[in-house]
Design a protein around this ligand. Structure first.
Ligand code: SAM
Length: 168
């Protein structure tokens, strides 16, 4: 067995109709990791709150590696206006959040939605305006902590969605 190097690897490149909206994430590393994992899973676009660390932040750049140049992004000011606009554009708004109504991620049929917006909560407050979402999904956990890192939850969700909707 031989470990493949960067030069040996050529992924099957595919874009998925997935947009990420981050609700006021504060940690620069989380913004950088959001870029990196979104690029890995063929996400179309990322929206960040204007008060989140910018893409000029050194920690964001280091964590994102080169992916900031490979994925479309935009900042927003008013969360409710952005969600309203994305709904008008035909997206299903799915909150990744632990709520009393959340569906376990493996029980959710992502094939029913033509275009998906995944909404992520902030590190401290979660998704603040949860009533704007169409659905919420949660990732089952088996440890003592009540929640996981927000970008870890994004990674698991992107794996599950792309696994369900990929063409081959
Ligand atoms: C650290 S959590 C937010 C903290 C939480 N509101 C609390 O109780 O303190 C940050 C974000 O990660 C995501 N998250 C973490 N664990 C999750 C899980 N098991 N299922 C779904 N989303 C999760 C959600 O988007 C959440 O808003």
């Amino acid at each position: 067995m031989k470990q493949l190097t960067h030069n040996d690897v050529e992924n099957k490149q595919q874009k998925f109709p997935i947009t990420i909206v981050c609700d006021a994430i504060r940690t620069p590393e989380n913004i950088g990791m959001c870029f990196r994992i979104s690029e890995s899973f063929g996400v179309e676009k990322i929206y960040f709150h204007e008060n989140s660390p910018s893409i000029e932040n050194r920690k964001v750049i280091n964590t994102a590696r080169n992916t900031i140049n490979q994925i479309d992004y935009e900042s927003y000011r008013k969360f409710d206006e952005l969600i309203h606009q994305l709904k008008l554009e035909g997206n299903t708004i799915i909150g990744i959040e632990i709520t009393d109504k959340s569906i376990d991620i493996q029980d959710f049929d992502f094939k029913n939605s033509e275009k998906i917006v995944l909404l992520l909560g902030s590190e401290r407050n979660g998704i603040e305006n949860i009533n704007l979402v169409d659905e919420t999904i949660a990732i089952p956990m088996y440890g003592r902590n009540s929640s996981m890192n927000v970008i870890h939850s994004l990674a698991i969700t992107l794996y599950e969605i792309t696994n369900q909707i990929k063409t081959s």
